[in-house]
Design a protein around this ligand. Sequence first.
Ligand SMILES: Cc1cc2nc3c(=O)[nH]c(=O)nc-3n(C[C@H](O)[C@H](O)[C@H](O)COP(=O)(O)O)c2cc1C
Length: 204
Amino acid sequence: MKKLLIIALAAFVGYCNISCAQNNRSDKNNSNNMKDKKILVAFFSRADENYNVGYIKVGNTQKIAEAIARETGADTFHIETVKPYPAAYNPCIEQAKEELRTNARPEIKGDIKVEDYDVVFIGFPNWWGEPPMALYTFIEKHNWEGKTIIPFITHEGSGFGGTDRQVAAACKGATMLKGLAVQGKAAQQGADATVKEWLKGLGY
Ligand SMILES: Cc1cc2nc3c(=O)[nH]c(=O)nc-3n(C[C@H](O)[C@H](O)[C@H](O)COP(=O)(O)O)c2cc1C
């Protein structure tokens, strides 16, 4: 009887160990389990004068990028052009329009090794219904094969307007998850709750 009990107990312990290991494995393989991943927030954002917000010290998209980094513990990279954009709004929109017309690739300052990360949040403002062309300068420097990318945009009415699909097409081989669009003015006023809610939906 005692021998039978020991065998039964050993079998039970063995079952628990296997079941536990399987649970751990399935947690690790769950693509929604972002907490195990190496995360980067790469964003373009311009301060100075902008539509609906006046002169700002920190760009609208940067505000959202910082909120994401605070929540996820991600590294950040600010995509900045070597030649700064005009501080005043009207000359800036004219320059952006010309860059769009010529499909320009403005030179950017520095770089970060995207290849070292599993998940890359990619943030940018809506400029004439497109991402700023410097975003493509950054994207085209890197290999996106196997990466998870998550777009976020700030805007003053246009939302993503298809720019998320354009970014997905440029990041060849990456898988895109659900992005977030925030009005620029709302980003300045503090959109932490919106960011948190969205991140929760992504598994954070
Ligand atoms: C060059 C330029 C073009 C813009 N074009 C649009 C547009 O087509 N649609 C829109 O909703 N907002 C447009 N905006 C407003 C920006 O998308 C918005 O202010 C954004 O939050 C700016 O982000 P940032 O401060 O991070 O650069 C434009 C702003 C600029 C400077």
